[in-house]
Design a protein around this ligand. Structure first.
Ligand SMILES: Cc1cc2nc3c(=O)[nH]c(=O)nc-3n(C[C@H](O)[C@H](O)[C@H](O)COP(=O)(O)O)c2cc1C
Length: 253
């Protein structure tokens, strides 16, 4: 049977229209679910940074939510270094906070928001760990992750990246559990509370041998350096330094 050009184009246009309507409906209809999954994914990364779940471990929503019951989300004023008790962390959306130009830094961070969401892992009434969001430029991508710090505010308890676009097998090894396992126990600051964590080229040795150093990723010196620079930025005076200092000086550390 021969179809006219008008029929063929009409049919194709109608098919496109039906498909785009279906995709739009699915997109709108699943938006809530996407948001829930996004939040769940973030919680999972926080738990991974805190080593409360292992990378690659099979988890479900119930387990994540149950582990999260011991985690308190807090909104802090970055420059003042204090918790904003009057801001409800459950309703906090960092996108609502205006971005300001960041001070000069080596982490490729151009803008900052003065209010940020952090997490406190609780052991009863006391804080056992902080989980802090970190972001910075890698070789190809902006890398997003979490750093878990002990309540002594200097001992690293874990590091995880949940969003990065470095080359798989090279910079992308920042998510390799063998590499992230090298971080717990390393000491983030020197004795004068200056960020001292260093990602070295090659092998750093054990925590006892090199408390401030971590092995670089082979063939990915640039990404390794980016990790170091972003950690130093976020641990420093323009990042969470003032908040951690205030916590230490409050006598709770
Ligand atoms: C296709 C391709 C992808 C690369 N991806 C990365 C990367 O994700 N991270 C990185 O640091 N270096 C990457 N590199 C290597 C860098 O260009 C650079 O050579 C490297 O960081 C130097 O590290 P090295 O001194 O350990 O060899 C890539 C190179 C090529 C050719």
């Amino acid at each position: 049977m021969q179809y006219s050009m008008k029929y063929i184009f009409g049919f194709a246009a109608a098919l496109c229209l039906i498909c785009s309507v279906l995709i739009s409906v699915a997109n709108v209809g699943l938006r809530d679910r996407q948001e829930i999954n996004k939040q769940l994914d973030k919680k999972k990364s926080v738990l991974q940074a805190a080593c409360l779940i292992q990378a690659g471990e099979k988890t479900n929503r119930a387990r994540i939510e149950s582990l999260f019951e011991n985690i308190r989300a807090r909104v802090i004023d970055l420059s003042a270094g204090r918790v904003l008790d009057d801001v409800d962390s459950a309703r906090f959306n960092e996108e609502d906070i205006p971005e300001q130009p960041a001070p000069a830094n080596k982490a490729g961070i151009r803008t900052l928001r003065n209010q940020m969401l952090i997490y406190e892992v609780m052991d009863g009434d006391r804080i056992s760990m902080f989980v802090l969001p970190i972001v910075g430029k890698g070789l190809w991508s902006t890398m997003y992750g979490f750093l878990a710090l002990d309540a002594d505010t200097k001992t690293i308890r874990g590091l995880t990246y949940y969003d990065q676009g470095e080359t798989p097998g090279l910079g992308g090894e920042v998510t390799n559990p063998k590499w992230t396992a090298l971080w717990p126990g390393r000491v983030a600051y020197d004795e004068n509370w200056h960020p001292a964590i260093t990602v070295v080229k090659g092998s750093a040795g054990s925590v006892e041998e090199a408390p401030h150093e971590v092995d670089g990723l082979s063939g990915a010196t640039i990404t390794s350096r980016s990790v170091m620079e972003m950690l130093r930025f976020w641990l420093g005076d323009d990042g969470f330094g003032p908040f951690l200092k205030q916590y230490r000086e409050s006598g709770q550390a």
